[in-house]
Write a protein that binds this ligand. Structure first.
Ligand SMILES: Nc1ncnc2c1ncn2[C@@H]1O[C@H](COP(=O)(O)OP(=O)(O)OP(=O)(O)O)[C@@H](O)[C@H]1O
Length: 592
């Protein structure tokens, strides 16, 4: 009612109307049938032809309305469902996206509530809600028909039929619940089957062909899928047996009631109009059971509760510190960012990634960070961006603890290319402007960063220029190469710097660039970052050696710190890594 009042009211109203019209058909049919013998036999007190004509017209009208109602209902239902599905999407994703940190995304309990809100096993809020009007209408039909049977024939028979229907409804619900539980119990196999399917269809079509994994894939998918379904089928097999038993019970109850009606009619105790009304009413009670609908409503309700609980769960388990004080985060850092004895361990992990790390990044300084794979360089960036908090120690900006700053504003101060940067399947323009979305419309800056990142020419050649969607799956879209994407990411980060970001982080910005592009990047790097604090992470020494200062990260802390020449002279880990790479380049060149 809150999100789509008209469609909601129409859906419920039409379902109830349908139920009332159905009963009106039953009552009017009884009246028509009851009147016929009197009119045919011209009995005294029989209904006049006029009145009979009106009765027939009323029956016809009700019948026509009753036939139209489902079509109208479907339209209202579709409108409502679209609105609800949209609302559920927002209701689930918004609380997950809102927090400025990301610890909640790795919290099993939060993920579980989110799973339930989405509707495990496909039984979600929208489906449950779709059943609500039908179950309501079925209840009205059952009660109304029971009243008809009670008034016209016997309250005891009415009570018996309602009792049997509710019993069967309960049993049907239980069978369905069990089937769903079995289904849920197999999510592991289902997940694997879905994974294999996606692998073939989306994720790795090229590699699968190169390695000739087609047959393996089909076999594996079939196996996983069948394994996932085996238990469901076993349960269904048992359910079929029970369904037959229940069907027979239903038949016995209805047969018994109709037999009683027939006997009373033969004994002359029940006029024909009553007989003609009671028998359809007896049958209507029987089909008014809604086991399936009630299960869906129950599951939908549980999904709804989980959806409502999601923001609360996140807020209580991962409270965000209140944005603090009067610090002018918009201009920070003026002096420096410091990591002070920072230790960090990922939630649920066994070991620390950073161990008592000290590091100072000065404003307007280009600092390079090097270290072997898994040393913790990207982790350090995540801490700098405040998406994780140090397990112990602190990070300060101009002497103020990061925990006390307005994190949302601080995060907007950082422009970054991370290793797994986003590739938006959106126009080229968005892919750059998302760096500083509040500065959309600044074409001068866009042109400038395009030149700086080396994509100006590329954009000019795109079929629709800046409006070209960077994904071939969309009409008029194009696919970019890895290096081209990296330049776009670079352009986005630079757009952010021009938009006012004060810290630039480049995590492996040259990984996908060719030598020429790498040289261009390095040449521009220092000049691009002259006004900001910048942190560049790279395994390529051609990129690193130009930085104002280089730090080596190993064993969770900074083990070397100095300029390229100082570190070479010190002949430590940096010098060793540098020589190794230089040698390979030299020998590579000699071989060539
Ligand atoms: N979300 C996570 N949960 C648990 N452990 C993680 C997570 N992300 C990274 N790690 C672990 O933290 C360690 C440091 O990873 P990080 O990505 O910071 O290394 P890196 O120095 O950037 O490496 P590379 O040069 O390969 O990019 C690794 O051992 C990694 O397995």
């Amino acid at each position: 009612m809150r999100i789509a009042p008209f469609a909601a009211a129409s859906t419920v109203g039409l379902a109830v109307l349908g139920s009332l019209l159905g009963m009106a058909v039953t009552l009017l049919t009884g009246q028509v049938v009851g009147a016929v013998p009197g009119i045919v036999g011209d009995a005294p007190g029989a209904m006049s032809l006029w009145a009979f004509g009106w009765l027939l017209a009323a029956l016809l009208t009700v019948f026509v309305l009753d036939s139209l109602q489902p079509a109208l209902h479907r339209v209202a239902e579709m409108v409502l469902e679209a609105a609800v599905v949209r609302e559920i999407g927002i209701g689930i994703t918004e609380p997950l996206l809102r927090p400025l940190r990301i610890e909640h995304l790795e919290d099993g309990e939060v993920l579980d509530v989110q799973e339930r809100a989405k509707g495990k096993g496909g039984f979600h809020l929208a489906q449950g809600m779709g059943q609500l009007p039908w179950v309501l209408a079925a209840r009205i039909t059952m009660i109304g028909s029971a009243v008809i049977v009670g008034v016209m024939f016997s309250w005891a028979v009415a009570a018996l039929l309602v009792g049997v229907t509710l019993l069967l409804e309960w049993h049907q619900g239980r069978m369905i619940e069990r089937e769903i539980d079995v289904w849920w119990g197999n999510t592991e196999e289902q997940r694997r089957a879905n994974y294999v399917f996606d692998l073939g269809m989306r994720d790795a079509p090229k590699e699968l062909r190169v390695f000739g994994l087609h047959d393996w894939l089909v076999r594996r998918y079939t196996q996983e899928w069948a394994a996932g379904f085996r238990a469901v089928w076993a349960r269904r097999g048992r359910n079929v047996g029970w369904s037959v038993v229940m069907g027979l019970a239903r038949l016995a109850a209805d047969g018994f009631a109709i037999l009683l009606v027939g006997r009373a009619a033969l004994a002359g105790e029940l006029p024909i109009a009553q007989v003609a009304t009671t028998i359809p009413a007896i049958l209507a009670i029987g089909v008014a059971g809604s086991g399936y609908g009630i299960v869906q409503i129950r599951r939908g309700l549980s999904a709804y509760r989980a959806m409502v609980a999601l923001p609360e769960t996140i807020a209580t388990r991962h409270p965000e510190s209140a944005a603090g004080g009067s610090h002018r985060v918009e201009t920070m850092p003026v002096r420096e960012i410091r990591f002070e004895q920072v230790t960090f361990r990922y939630p649920g992990a066994e070991t620390d990634v950073l161990r008592g790390l000290d590091l100072t990044i000065r404003a307007r300084e280009a600092l390079a960070l090097v270290g072997v794979n898994g040393a913790g360089k990207s982790t350090l960036v995540k801490l700098l961006g405040g998406v994780y908090r140090p397990t112990s120690g602190r990070i300060t900006v101009d002497g103020v603890d990061l925990a006390e700053l307005d994190l949302a504003v601080w995060q907007r101060r950082i422009a970054a290319i991370v290793q797994d940067f986003l590739r938006f399947p959106l126009p080229a323009d968005d892919n750059v402007r998302f760096g500083a979305i509040e500065r959309a419309g600044d074409d001068g800056v866009r042109a400038r960063v395009a030149r700086e990142a080396g994509i100006a020419e590329l954009v000019r050649e795109l079929p629709a220029g800046w409006e070209t969607v960077l994904d071939k799956a969309f009409e008029g879209g194009v696919d970019l190469s890895g290096g081209e994407w990296q330049r776009f990411a670079l352009a986005r980060a630079l757009y952010a710097v021009h938009g006012g970001a004060g810290v630039l982080v480049l995590d492996e910005p040259a990984a996908a660039l060719d030598v020429r592009a790498e040289i261009e990047l390095v040449e521009r790097y220092l000049e691009l970052t002259a006004g900001v604090a910048s942190l560049i992470i790279s395994h390529r020494f051609s990129v690193v050696r130009n930085a104002d200062r280089i730090c080596v990260l190993a064993d969770g802390r900074i083990v070397e710190d100095g300029t390229h020449d100082q570190l070479l002279a010190a002949d430590g880990a940096y010098a060793k890594m540098f020589r190794l790479q230089a040698e390979r380049y030299v020998s590579g060149a000699a071989d060539a």
